[in-house]
Design a protein around this ligand. Sequence first.
Ligand SMILES: Nc1ncnc2c1ncn2[C@@H]1O[C@H](COP(=O)(O)OP(=O)(O)O)[C@@H](O)[C@H]1O
Ligand SMILES: [Mg+2]
Length: 220
Amino acid sequence: MILELKNVCKSFHQPRSGMIEVLNNVNFSLDMGETNAITGQSGSGKTTLLSLIAGLDIPDSGKILLQGEDLCSMKENRLSRYRATKIGIVFQRFHLMPHLSARENISLPLEILKHQHITDRVDDMLGKIDLQDRQHHLPGQLSGGECQRVAIARALIIKPALLLADEPTGNLDIKTGEKIARLLFDLVEKENKTLILVTHNLDLADQCQKIRKLDRGRLV
Ligand SMILES: Nc1ncnc2c1ncn2[C@@H]1O[C@H](COP(=O)(O)OP(=O)(O)O)[C@@H](O)[C@H]1O
Ligand SMILES: [Mg+2]
């Protein structure tokens, strides 16, 4: 088992509605190499769940264990290291660095971690996403689909234990979205990655081995 959530709860305080319980005793486990979809209506807590797994936010109670280690008990510098080395995230809105080229966006995580053989690894990754000829373009000079290919490459370049994707095709037209989904699943399979894909697109969810739904704070 690579990931385990035990009785995870998360509430937010909102000025109008007061406390809202977004996740209510969520239990969930994931085996190595498994692909999982999490669906649910807008506002059902999908992004919140991913943020907790990514170590970007902390649950009010419960445990989140990645490879047996509890995120909630990690100190901040250990948690930063966890985020940088174990987790790759692909967002709906790409979140690329606008002033860096496609190539530089992909190499950045490796630069931060002071890896070796960065040039070769980035070349290899550019080949996998078929973007060699546009590698020196800035995100603003790339199409949405190309930006998402860069974002997928940036997430995978660190060889994360877990790949998280939050509505990765949500900002793309249908045809481009299908292409990106194919690329994502292709890479996940080739690199034997464990994937959690958040989407309200059921066709996309169907391509995962397991589908779970967030409904009124519970995962079913
Ligand atoms: N930082 C926050 N502060 C207050 N409320 C939040 C915060 N993050 C999320 N929420 C609320 O939690 C609920 C779930 O949000 P979210 O996880 O983004 O849902 P989804 O990704 O499924 O659309 C929403 O009602 C949202 O307004
Ligand atoms: Mg969301």
